[in-house]
Design a protein around this ligand. Sequence first.
Ligand SMILES: [Zn+2]
Length: 560
Amino acid sequence: MKSAGYDIVVLLNEKFLNQVTGALFYNGFLRINGSVKLYEELDQENLDKIPEDLYRFLLINYRIKLNYEPSIDFLPAVSPDDPARVRIHTALRVYFWLWDGLEIKFDANISLAAGLEIDSKTNQLWIDFAHSDIEALAVKYRYSMEQTVTLKLDQIMENAVRAYLSDQNNCFSFNLPSVNPLLPYMDDIPDNYLPLSIRAIKNLDATTMAIAVNIDDYEGGDEQQLSNFARNCSAAVAVPEIAMYKVYDFFWERTNWDKCFKFKKSFESETLNDVVNVIGKVVDITQRIVTEIATLGFVETHFEMKGMRFEVGADVKLLSKPEFDLMPDNKVKIKKLNTNIIFSLKVFLDVEYSVEIDPTGWFPDIIPDYEVVNDRVEVKIFEMHVPFFNMQLKKGVGKVVLDDATNTLQIQIEQLDLYWDFIAFTDCPFLNFPEWLFNKILDLCESSIADAIPPIVITPSFTVDVPLVDWDLNIEGKKLTIDPDEVTLAADMYFAELKKDIPNVPKYIVNINNREIHKIGCDSLMDTYEEHQRGYHLLNDAVNRGYDGCKRCLPAYHTK
Ligand SMILES: [Zn+2]
């Protein structure tokens, strides 16, 4: 089993993590601005030798930004007891401003290894950058740096990066997709939190990590059995049937869903003479119609039946929790659904009529001065309400679906057959309706009950929360696999802003901050923040908007 004996196994692929790091990159992540006051590091004797107005030459300002989005790898555990770790690799561009104006810039590669930590209260998983190790920090100097090396620029840079990482306020940690203990249709109170605990975190290979979760104090699960079942997806989850029962029991006891509900549905049909005949045995239909199109008795009426409308309704009370059993091919057998139902049926006749008024007779002023009135009216000819107590389920079929709004797996009841015991009502005209109509009415009632039954929630919701990023995460390509004892769900998650395909790469990029146009590939573009960049296909479009050519790559358009 993919769930390896645990209640819930979540697999995370680096494909998803790379989306997250990409989103962080384009949202201004790991930008550091700072300064070092070299004169503060001098001892008093040396400091006294330097006139105070030269201090500004001993001030180093720096700025660090990412050149590219970081990449993430899962580090396989060296020994089974090691905590799971990830490696982040990225390239930095570093700027220093020395001696009151001289700008030096260089690139650096940085590689960090960080542990995956669990918050035991919220069961959220995050990457702990505050305690990460800088595995490598290689500076690529562009020119002879002899003078500056003596100023230990690379040491300043490393200190700045370390300070940034260890500052929790920088939120260099982000929460990984996790399991939300609050199920849908529940009041948000601590008692309603499904008791979950993360039992294992294992890096299955360099691309995939498994998080194993149990409900309550269940101890089961075998870490060695965890396998990669999410090869082409960003994330996947496996839940065995036995865990679904646990979630569902918990849900059913606490949900704020009303287990009593009612509905009313109706459908129309062409005139059905046999129905009129059946009802006609207990009701004087003509009398009903004449009463409805009431005249004062001094007129002549003609009417014609045009159609019928059937209004089916029920007041339903669920007496027991529906039970379920997973079957192959995403069929779920629904068992044990006991209900009290007050079934109601109303039949309306659609009547077209004309009233001929005798113009020689006396009639009040309110009757208009014409001789024939044509109209149409709906006349109720039949109404019944029948209570059924402790009604039993004959057959129930459903399927497992992913509810997009809550990211939970739920069982949707698709078909219910109930034991309708009309035996006590032998005189009821409804029993003598044509068979197809009788069945249609009960089928409509059963399908409406199936629709109205609260969702059977069988998993907690899967949440993804990326702080610092304002973008909406899309979940797509969902693939649900139902086995008799386990359900697996795999999905792709991505930010629309990081779509894979961008047609027609523009030739020019404008930096809207300093209003400069660059050819794509110009190194100066690396100095601009990504959110300040806008693409242009036509140079003239950018020039006409008042942007100025870059001194290096578009000197002919450089005017400032
Ligand atoms: Zn340029």
